[in-house]
Ligand binder design. Structure first.
Ligand SMILES: C[S@@+](CC[C@H](N)C(=O)[O-])C[C@H]1O[C@@H](n2cnc3c(N)ncnc32)[C@H](O)[C@@H]1O
Length: 392
């Protein structure tokens, strides 16, 4: 190492340490990201040409192994593993050499796509398994559909991959293992992001002005209720009912829930049964659906709202109009293959809400994140909404 290289490294190291200290002090997301960038620069500076070659030249072998695993039916067999599958079972499916299976599985395991229970015994690694199969078949889907943007929730990459004609939610209801993996993923997904009530001004925007004998929050498509449970823990004395709505298969999957949270089996493509609530909260719902379907959901919500009192809170990514980051762009691809859904920019959100007579009042973004809350209210009476419900 030359003296100059050594000096550069020590400058970068000092900078990286300073940014880590700044993150410790402030606990701000922007500071954490800044620290990651500085540490990554330091790591790159430490790399030798052989390290870079290893990364660039050899990393596509992971994609190759995934493609081969898909051709050998491995993801399907893994997704049905009860509780594991063996190398012998995997090799029998397509009469493959066990040695080849073991080599492919080693790559999948060390990259987190499966795990090993014992030598030659494999378990699925959460939701990845169901997604991987769809992702592997998505290029074929696009060849078949002449590269049209998927716009039908019942005819997208998932339906092509699993040869089914229902929505992804119908498919989950028919596949209880996958449903459990999905709900567990959604519950765990938030552990690294602050709960919405920690950064949304709940007191000012919701509780002040809330009427005691009216529903306070309706969590529409709220899964097994983790977001309302989090709300109740932080605001135990808030007045007004908390209502959790989801499909029957999800509501029936709930083992234990605070008695103060009312469970309602509800299809959000049907009229909203809870009228005049202070807030209708949708977390990670709209990105699962094309605009046409979102308009139906929002139209039913608008019809249940009381003008000047009720609000719609949509917690999702607000994709920057330019230079979107990896999280929202990769999620955009994921919802595209899973449910023909999409992530939206602020302009697209404005257009969507405006088309059902809702107006954005605020966009709340926790520091350094693009996942935030869009707060909207009724703009015009629902009767004069330019959109009328025709489907479902
Ligand atoms: C991506 S998950 C989000 C769950 C929860 N809001 C969260 O963020 O953790 C989408 C939810 O929408 C529900 N869902 C899908 N179709 C629905 C429908 N037609 N009516 C009501 N809920 C539905 C699913 O069961 C699932 O719980």
């Amino acid at each position: 190492m030359t003296t100059q290289e050594s000096t550069n490294l020590s400058t970068m190291s000092t900078k990286a340490m300073a940014s880590i200290d700044a993150y410790h002090l402030t606990r701000k997301e922007a500071a954490r990201r800044h620290a990651i960038e500085n540490v990554a620069s330091l790591s790159r500076a430490l790399e030798k040409p052989a390290d870079a070659i290893f990364k660039l030249f050899l990393s596509p072998t992971v994609l190759m192994a995934i493609k081969i695993a898909n051709d050998l039916n491995i993801f399907t067999l893994l997704s049905h593993a009860t509780p594991f599958v063996t190398n012998v079972q995997l090799s029998a499916s397509k009469d493959t050499d066990i040695l080849l299976i073991e080599r492919i599985m080693r790559v999948l395991v060390c990259n987190g796509f499966a795990s090993e229970r014992g030598p030659g015994q494999y378990e699925p690694a959460d939701l990845f398994i169901n997604f991987l199969l769809i992702m592997c078949k998505t290029p074929e889907f696009f060849r078949k559909t002449s590269y049209r943007n998927p716009g039908d929730p019942k005819n997208g990459p998932l339906q092509h991959a699993y040869n089914t004609s229902g929505s992804c939610w119908d498919w989950l209801a028919e596949n209880p293992d996958a449903l459990d993996r999905f709900n567990t993923f959604m519950e765990g997904h938030r552990t690294d992001i602050a709960h919405w009530v920690d950064w949304f001004p709940v007191q000012e925007q919701l509780l002040e002005g809330a009427i005691a004998n009216r529903p306070l929050i309706v969590d529409v498509g709220g899964g097994r209720g983790h977001d309302l449970v989090g709300f109740k823990e932080r605001f135990p004395l808030a007045v007004g009912k908390l209502v959790l709505e989801d499909l029957p298969s999800v509501i029936e999957d709930i083992q234990d829930l605070d008695d103060d949270i009312q469970k309602v089996k509800h299809d959000f493509f049907k009229p909203q049964p809870v009228k005049g609530a202070r807030a209708y909260y949708f977390k990670h719902i709209m990105y699962d659906w094309p605009d046409e379907n979102c308009r139906i959901i929002l139209h039913h919500t608008a019809a249940a709202m009381e003008r000047g009192y009720s609000k719609v809170l949509i917690e999702e990514h607000i994709v920057p109009d330019q230079n979107a980051g990896p999280q929202e762009t990769l999620l955009d691809m994921t919802v595209m293959v899973w449910c023909s859904g999409r992530e939206r920019t602020r302009r697209r959100w404005t257009e969507l809400l405006d088309s059902v007579g809702l107006v954005i009042k605020n966009v709340w973004l926790p520091d350094g994140h693009t996942n935030g809350i869009i707060e909207a209210e009724l703009q015009v009476p629902p009767e004069s909404s330019p959109y009328s419900v025709t489907a479902n």
